[in-house]
Design a protein around this ligand. Structure first.
Ligand SMILES: [Zn+2]
Length: 494
């Protein structure tokens, strides 16, 4: 196995991708470097990243198809990924190279990770042309599969299908049978620029549902710290981007939660403490353009590295969701996306137990989308009533089963009733599991309507339900509301 998963959170994971030139810790970003003219010296890139991606088609054109050592050519000692030039098809129409030839070429120049010549698409692409691309890619992949084993590089199969679920599923299913190591998802830059994570999410999930769950997924062209944690949470492991230099050329400074134009900086120094940003803004503005571009590009690389380290740390901690909540505040589209995630989807991937749960879950208004409450309610369906009679109480003090009101009722009622807590986010919490993490270790803000609806249904299994301090609109004569703890006891006679 070339990919080893070390930790998981939501659908994201920290992993180790083994290549012939070394291990890449994921989630990882491959900065794009240009074999024709690399503006940022690779020694600078290497300070932040151990891997780069470059365009094998450019090399092919430069050398006339003669195999050179890509690492020597670039002057790079780390891991090299190559792509196949799909983007050039998009820009210049066609590429005069055979798909087999360009894949073999990537192998010959010593690439560690190569990509089958993929076909770029538009997300508004008509069904017919998306279908043709799926079929063409499968044809190419089948030809490549015949010599896959003799190649000493990892090979990426690009998934086609635009946004059509059936095509994506077919593409992923067929390609995954052929033994590829990595699957790539194209991301028309417009989708990322508009933060259309809802669409990216659909694509990622469709792909994941049709390939081995552990297989690494690469998202083409994503390179902003605002995008990365969301894509990772959805299950993306690898990224490539030229953002560090493209933004720098425009005097755009990448920050963890936004992009800042040099013209808009009002302070004397950038809000960053990388060594590069010790240069006063005034000096930055006045220095030659090229020198400034290099400084900003290096800053951008530093910030991207910082972001990826944060994401990995969050996955280890099991706090990726909390991190998304912070990030979502930066842009309304992200916020809406987070609120609308169908949590059942994440639930399917989120590990049930985190190795190292942190002390407190904080539930804000986006929290009902977290997987844990729905998972809890699903499990409740296996809980047997301890008695035919239930007492449902809502109390503030946690842990619930050490609360004085609970202790009072327990002492008074003994086993004559099943005591249940009502939590505004999780819903019904039976006394016997009240200490299970994170039922009693959460801070909640707001309420989850599904919790109430679930309680309404779930409580039907009891012959008598006594509510104390809870407002669940239960129907029927076997439901009573008690105004005090003493009154509860009156309803639960021996
Ligand atoms: Zn900086």
């Amino acid at each position: 196995m070339s990919f080893e998963i070390v930790a998981k959170d939501l659908a994201g994971r920290v992993g180790l991708l083994h290549t012939k030139s070394g291990v890449v810790e994921t989630p990882a970003l491959f900065p794009v470097v240009d074999p024709r003219k690399q503006e940022v010296p690779l020694e600078a890139v290497q300070r932040y990243f151990g891997q780069v991606i470059t365009n094998s088609y450019f090399i092919y054109r430069l050398t006339g198809g003669r195999a050179v050592d890509v690492k020597k050519m670039l002057g790079w000692g780390g891991v090299v990924m190559t792509d196949s030039g799909a983007y050039q098809i998009l820009r210049y129409g066609t590429v005069e190279v055979d798909p087999d030839e360009i894949l073999r070429f990537q192998q010959k120049i010593g690439s560690d990770i190569g990509v089958i010549l993929d076909l770029p698409f538009d997300y508004e692409e008509p069904y017919g042309s998306a279908l043709l691309k799926v079929e063409e890619t499968i044809r190419r992949a089948k030809r490549a599969a015949a010599y896959l084993k003799e190649m000493d590089m990892l090979v990426v199969a690009p998934i086609q299908g635009a946004l059509y679920a059936d095509l994506l599923a077919r593409s992923a299913r067929e390609l995954s049978r052929l033994g590829f190591h990595i699957f790539a998802i194209g991301s028309p830059t417009t989708l990322l620029e508009e933060y259309r994570f809802d669409l990216i999410l659909r694509v990622v999930l469709e792909v994941k549902a049709n390939i081995a769950r552990e297989a690494p997924i690469h998202l083409f062209g994503a390179g902003h710290p605002l995008v990365l944690p969301f894509a990772v949470a959805l299950g993306v492991d690898l990224f490539d981007s030229a953002s560090y230099i493209l933004y720098a050329r425009d005097d755009r400074i990448i920050l963890r939660d936004r992009t800042l134009r040099l013209d808009d900086v009002k302070t004397d120094y950038l809000p960053c403490s990388t060594k590069l940003c010790y240069t006063p803004v005034k000096e930055l503005r006045e220095m030659p353009k090229q020198e400034r571009t290099l400084l900003i590009a290096e800053h951008n690389l530093a910030v991207l590295r910082e972001e990826l380290l944060e994401i990995r740390q969050r996955i280890h901690e099991g706090t990726l969701w909390e991190y998304l909540e912070i990030k979502a505040r930066a842009h309304p589209t992200l916020y809406r996306f987070l609120k609308s995630i169908d949590r059942r989807l994440l639930e399917e991937y989120d590990p049930e137990t985190h190795p190292d749960p942190h002390g407190l879950f904080f539930y804000s208004d986006t929290a009902p989308r977290r997987p844990e409450p729905a998972r809890h309610r699903e499990r409740l369906n296996n809980v047997e009533p301890l008695s035919r009679r239930a007492v449902v109480i809502k109390v503030e003090e946690k842990p619930y089963n050490r609360n004085w009101q609970y202790l009072y009722l327990k002492k008074t009622l003994g086993d004559r009733a099943h005591i249940l807590f009502y939590d505004p986010i999780f819903g019904i919490i039976p006394e016997e599991i009240a200490e299970v993490y994170p039922l009693s270790q959460n801070e909640s803000e707001g309420e989850d309507e599904e919790a109430r609806a679930h309680a309404y249904e779930w409580l039907r299994r009891y012959d008598l339900v006594v509510l104390y301090n809870v407002d669940i609109p239960l129907m029927g004569k076997k439901v009573v509301k008690a105004r005090s703890l003493e009154e509860v006891a009156l309803y639960i006679q021996p």
